[in-house]
Design a protein around this ligand. Structure first.
Ligand SMILES: Cc1cc2nc3c(=O)[nH]c(=O)nc-3n(C[C@H](O)[C@H](O)[C@H](O)COP(=O)(O)OP(=O)(O)OC[C@H]3O[C@@H](n4cnc5c(N)ncnc54)[C@H](O)[C@@H]3O)c2cc1C
Length: 297
């Protein structure tokens, strides 16, 4: 997608880290390492703000009017489209693409948001100085509370995500504070839900992309790729005035791939079993190589 948008050089000129491997760690700290494919299209670690900046600049250069820090507050169906209210005033459009994430305001205002699932987990995220032994690997560690994902994002900085049930948040943050020498006022950003029922990809003059349409387990780090790809499929179908095309292609985008994500979710919900899987991976490393290849393919 980045290549198709002509943004490869722009992305590579941002501060980033070329990722070399994934280390899976059991609760006790036993590790299995899987090298990532390098070559001309390696996996990259970079901060979300840098990626968003490049994408928004590109959108502007293509003639898109970008309104940052402008929140959609109300939405009204018109006979031939939509009327949207924000702090920046009213906007009207013939078609509406809801790309506003897992807690989509559009879906909520239209009464389409699926009810929250019981016992849903939360995630928290922060940036910290990259630990010396991290190198250019991603580390995915099972913990008794859930799991931690650590990835270098360039400039000696790492991105840390913790995932657990709400009742275990203090405990998992204490683990991180000890492990990474974090102070009490370390800023954390929380993200929820990690799972919810998918929405139909289209409605009347309405299109859903990325997390708005379907939330995937973050463990495999595929969400941004799905969001970019679904956005491209949506724009192709919108230009062809063919919602059915988007529904088919959107379904095909996830078909045959979600089992890895579901397996990852299962392991994350049962960290003892996830740890056992990692231990098995020490004797059968091809299992993890296969799963990792499937994710990055
Ligand atoms: C803990 C965690 C770690 C993750 N790690 C990775 C990873 O390493 N790699 C990866 O690829 N994916 C990862 N993901 C998944 C990834 O973040 C998402 O899949 C991806 O961001 C989805 O993109 P999106 O554009 O659909 O939604 P978002 O990125 O959520 O973007 C939605 C946008 O809509 C805006 N918005 C929301 N409401 C309104 C409103 N009312 N008015 C105006 N604007 C609004 C938001 O400000 C935001 O800019 C992770 C997710 C979690 C929870």
């Amino acid at each position: 997608m980045i290549e198709q948008l002509g943004l490869r050089d722009r992305i590579l000129s941002c501060t980033h880290s070329v990722l070399e491997g994934v280390r899976f760690l059991t609760i006790e700290g036993t590790a299995v390492r899987v090298p990532l494919p390098g070559g001309a299209y390696p996996e990259l670690g970079l901060t979300r703000s840098r990626l968003d900046h490049v994408l928004l600049e590109h959108a502007r250069s293509c003639g898109v009017d970008v309104y940052e820090a402008t929140t959609l507050k109300a939405l009204k169906r018109l006979p031939n489209g939509w009327r949207m209210e924000s702090e920046a005033g009213w906007f009207e459009a013939g078609q509406l693409i809801a790309a506003d994430g897992r807690n989509s305001t559009v879906a909520r205002l239209l009464g389409l948001m699926p009810p929250p699932l019981p016992a849903e987990r939360v995630a928290v995220q922060t940036h910290l100085p990259s630990p010396l032994d991290l190198g250019r690997d991603v580390v995915l560690q099972f913990l008794k509370e859930g799991y931690a994902g650590l990835a270098p994002v360039g400039a000696d900085t790492a991105n840390l995500c913790l995932v657990c049930r709400p009742g275990d948040l203090q405990s998992i943050k204490s683990w991180a504070a000890t492990q990474f020498n974090l102070s009490e006022d370390q800023p954390w950003r929380s993200i929820t839900p990690l799972r919810r029922a998918p929405l139909p990809a289209t409605g009347e003059r309405l299109w859903f992309t990325g997390d708005t349409a379907r939330v995937v387990e973050p463990f495999t780090g595929e969400g941004i790729a799905y969001a970019l790809r679904s956005g491209a499929l949506c724009s192709d179908a919108l230009l062809a005035e063919n919602p059915g095309l988007y529904e088919r292609n959107h379904g095909a985008l996830y078909r045959g791939r979600l089992w890895v994500n579901q397996m990852a979710r299962w392991a994350c919900l049962h960290p003892l079993a996830g740890s056992a899987l990692v231990r098995a991976g020490r004797y059968f490393p091809s299992i993890f190589s296969l799963l990792t290849r499937k994710v990055v393919a």
